[in-house]
Ligand binder design. Structure first.
Ligand code: CU
Length: 490
């Protein structure tokens, strides 16, 4: 039977070398009851997925975490969809609910999924109080179906239903969004993903095919309505309309090939989406597939607004791996911005003065923002703490555009999300044992010295604030500079 000689890790490179062979071979596989397994041009063995494994759809459906795919019906060979533009009460994460505009009761709209070559008919009913249109972002189609209000069509008035119909000429990760009063309607959530599977796949489908849409919002603390007039100061950053810890984890079994399609329709921001634990390749943009020879290895993918990128990798290392925007204000939420810089300031006096006026008053930020969520400070009504949520070991100091990829050797049989990863013995960072420090000649501030240093840092304007805490040798005596340098060199 099939040989595992081609490791999944090798697949991408092998696919690249066999670029000319693979499409043909895969087509043969798709029409053959027994999938062929044979040597490729680089001598490794390629295993193909039989079409039956893909189910009656002929493709492996995409998974939209926190979202869903819009059901369709087949009428006289045409796939018929119905999108309903309407107000939606949406929860961004437990604690923050806002009145948005979306489709079919969802933020963002449901994912549309079809196959290259399909004829699609998409009805759009407008249940908003304002006119709207839908633009099929990146889809090749006749100009009159492009959905730009005023340019390619009349706007859909409240209560009207318009019909869009076209044949899908391409495959890829595309999007849809309102193209009428864009600033208002898109900042209120009117967007979704449009996935078109290839008719003749050039490679076997991935084991997991995820789709994530990025967007940004301005929601004043306590407000129930996102502010669509905001131009620069966004304070809620989402993946599929959710902020961590409201984001649903991605899961994969060890060794699986994982595809993540990412689309960005943020009003103003690009995002730098960073995956821990793996090197991936950007295999496609919304402009088409990238030839294997041109695929670029990455650990962070730049996501310009108005674009999609598709990444693939082999999930060969078990663990809990974070996937997040590396623009660090985008992993904060509503209250993470516009603070005076209090780092190193002693705020105890201020607290004492304010507490008679405001019971429980506590000035925040003297040691940074990391303990904000953990302090259990009550958030104002309808708002999120500025950072994430409880983790396995500590409070997670990231929120917003942040999720977790959970890779396990075995997944729960019921398909549910596994709990936190249990690191095997010897593979978890932990406090250094003193015996190790002595053996390796590592100088460290003793606990008392650390406490003193912290007290100095909090004492406000003391000149010592600028001086580093003294380094102590393992026996507790201060290290001389020469000794410190020597220690560093050794
Ligand atoms: Cu970002």
């Amino acid at each position: 039977m099939s040989s595992p000689a081609l490791s999944r890790r090798n697949f991408l490179t092998a696919a690249g070398r066999a670029a000319l062979l693979t499409p043909v071979a895969y087509l043969v596989a798709a029409e053959s009851a027994t999938p062929p397994a044979g040597p490729t041009s680089d001598g490794t063995t390629q295993t193909f997925v039989p079409p039956a494994a893909l189910g009656p759809l002929g493709y492996r459906p995409v998974i939209t975490p926190n979202g869903l795919t819009l059901p369709w019906k087949l009428i006289d060979g045409v796939k018929v969809f119905h999108l309903i533009a309407e107000p939606v009460t949406h929860e961004f994460s437990p604690g923050l609910v806002a009145e948005c505009w979306g489709y079919n009761g969802r933020i963002h709209g449901p994912t549309l999924e079809a196959v290259e070559g399909d004829r699609v008919r998409i009805y759009v009913t407008n249940r908003l109080a304002a006119p709207t249109t839908v633009h099929w972002h990146g889809v090749l189609l006749p100009s009159g179906m492009d959905g730009v209000g005023g340019v390619s069509q009349k706007a859909i008035q409240p209560g009207e239903t318009f019909k869009y119909e076209f044949t899908l000429r391409q495959h890829g990760t595309l999007m849809y969004h309102s193209h009428h009063d864009e600033m208002t309607q898109m900042q209120l959530g009117m967007m979704g993903l449009f996935i078109i599977h290839p008719k003749k796949p050039a490679s076997p489908p991935p084991d997991r095919d995820y789709a994530i849409m990025l967007s940004e919002w301005k929601i004043e603390v306590g407000a129930r309505r996102p502010d669509p007039n905001e131009m620069t100061d966004f304070n809620v950053f989402t993946m599929n309309g959710r902020s961590f810890p409201g984001t649903q984890a991605l899961i994969a079994k060890k060794g699986e090939r994982v595809r993540i399609r990412i689309g960005n329709l943020s009003t103003m921001s690009h995002h730098a989406i960073h995956l821990h634990g793996f090197q991936f390749k950007v295999v496609a943009t919304d402009g088409g597939d990238i030839p294997p020879s041109a695929q670029w290895p990455e650990i962070t993918v730049h996501m310009p607004t108005g674009s999609t990128r598709t990444i693939e990798f082999i999930a060969d290392e078990p663990g809990d791996w974070v996937l997040h925007c590396h623009m660090l204000h985008h992993v904060m939420t509503q209250m993470g911005h516009k603070f005076g810089n209090l780092i190193g300031i002693d705020t105890d006096g201020l607290n004492k003065k304010f507490r008679p006026l405001v019971p429980g008053f506590m000035t925040m930020g003297a040691t940074g923002m990391g303990d904000m969520g953990e302090m259990g400070m009550a958030s104002p009504a309808n708002s999120l703490p500025m950072v994430g949520g409880p983790g396995q070991y500590d409070y997670i100091t990231m929120g917003g555009m942040f999720t977790i990829l959970k890779v396990r050797a075995e997944l729960p049989a019921d398909g549910s999300e596994p709990g936190w990863y249990e690191s095997p013995p010897g593979t978890l960072a932990s406090p250094a044992p003193e015996a190790d420090l002595r053996r390796d000649g590592i100088a460290f501030p003793a606990a008392t010295a650390q406490a003193e240093a912290r007290a100095r840092a909090r004492s406000g304007l003391a000149p010592e604030l600028c001086a580093p805490a003294p380094l102590l040798a393992a026996n507790g005596s201060p290290l001389k500079t020469t000794a410190r340098i020597k220690t560093a060199i050794n």
